[in-house]
Design a protein around this ligand. Structure first.
Ligand code: CP
Ligand code: NVA
Length: 329
């Protein structure tokens, strides 16, 4: 349901498995169209994955459907007008019924309690495909992207070899940030978050993020500021997301005003003193107000490999939670 439910070793393994499946599948595809590596072939044969989405999605939907197809299973997309997800029927009834007929529920919801309640009453694994609080599949793909772009040291058990790096998040403190920050703390990556006053990290989320430091020898630091330049100083990676998340549409005008001055640009990176060779990341969908075209489409942007890595993150999560019953091997 969120990255905080994983140990650093488990999170790292999910990321490394995602990377390994990417390489193996690309090699198999190169050998012939439709070739699937033996390690994935038929892993979900005869199984149905229910995809219950109460919000729009491009990447999460396509990556999950494609991952299930690669593994030989049947992805069943159930949009908000298709089923009674929290409407006209209790979540309990929906969860018991759908889990009696499928092998996994992948759910995109509003309130996090919706996906937590589905999981509580389900007889099959439930994977959070984005809630108002967390986006764990995105965090797996994001660290796969960071690992592929930066890791020089060999990865070991509990880490991806990224200790000492710095991420600068400039923008809204939201669901994508909360799981990314949790992963940063676990892996010894510092994360500086710059949000306008009133849009910082809520205390209950700070507790979850900092809780990830437990048992970690050198956890990453969480730094908070309202000054974008401060966050950007010495950062290896600049990250942002939309200023208006799904469900916040009524606040759009107020938010656009509050976030003025927080757009990521090359000038901001220069003024703030980002590290030479800094990279840019964004989970997408993207709007020009949070990052300009020069950065988004520029040579330091990782956004398209990051989006593609959603497929491999989905493969890795489905293998761990559906094929291996939650054992992350
Ligand atoms: N990044 C992401 O989750 O994109 P979608 O909302 O398009 O699925
Ligand atoms: N923060 C965004 C992420 C979309 C993938 C939202 O919740 O709408």
């Amino acid at each position: 349901l969120s990255i905080s439910q994983l140990s650093p070793a488990e999170f790292s393994k999910l990321v490394l498995n995602a990377s390994a499946y990417k390489q193996a599948t690309k090699a198999a595809f190169a050998a012939g169209p439709g070739q699937v590596p033996q390690t994935l072939e038929g892993k979900l044969k005869g199984r149905t994955v229910a995809m219950m989405f109460s919000k729009r999605s491009t990447r999460t939907r396509v990556s999950t459907e494609a991952a299930v197809a690669l593994m030989g299973g049947h992805p069943m997309f159930l949009g908000k007008d298709d089923i009674q997800l929290g409407v006209n029927e209790s979540l309990y009834d929906t969860s018991v019924v759908i889990s009696s007929m499928t092998s996994c529920m992948v759910a995109r919801v509003g309130p996090h309690s919706d996906v937590a309640n589905l999981a509580k009453d389900s007889s099959v694994p439930v994977i959070n495909a984005l809630s108002d609080d967390f986006h764990p599949l995105q965090a797996i793909a994001d660290f796969q992207t960071i690992h592929e772009a930066f890791a020089t040291k060999p990865a070991h058990e509990a880490s991806l070899g990224l200790e000492g790096m710095k991420v600068a998040w400039v923008g809204d403190s939201n669901n994508v940030l909360f799981d990314m920050a949790t992963a940063c703390v676990m892996l010894g990556v510092d994360i500086a978050v710059a949000s306008p006053a009133g849009y910082g990290i809520p205390d209950r989320m700070k507790e979850i993020i900092l809780g990830a430091a437990k048992g970690v020898a050198k956890p990453g630091k969480l730094i908070e500021t309202t000054v974008p330049e401060e966050a950007v100083k010495d950062a290896d990676i600049l990250v942002t997301d939309t200023w208006v998340s799904m469900g916040q549409e009524a606040e759009a005008q107020k938010r656009l005003k509050a976030f003025a001055g927080f757009q990521i640009t090359n000038e901001l990176a220069k003024r703030g003193g980002a590290k030479p060779g800094w990279k840019f990341m964004h989970c997408l969908p993207r709007h020009p107000e949070e990052v300009d075209d020069e950065v988004f489409y520029g040579p330091q942007s990782l956004v398209f490999p990051e989006a593609e890595n959603r497929l491999w993150a989905a493969v890795s999560a489905l293998e761990a939670f559906v094929v291996n019953n939650g054992r992350i091997l």
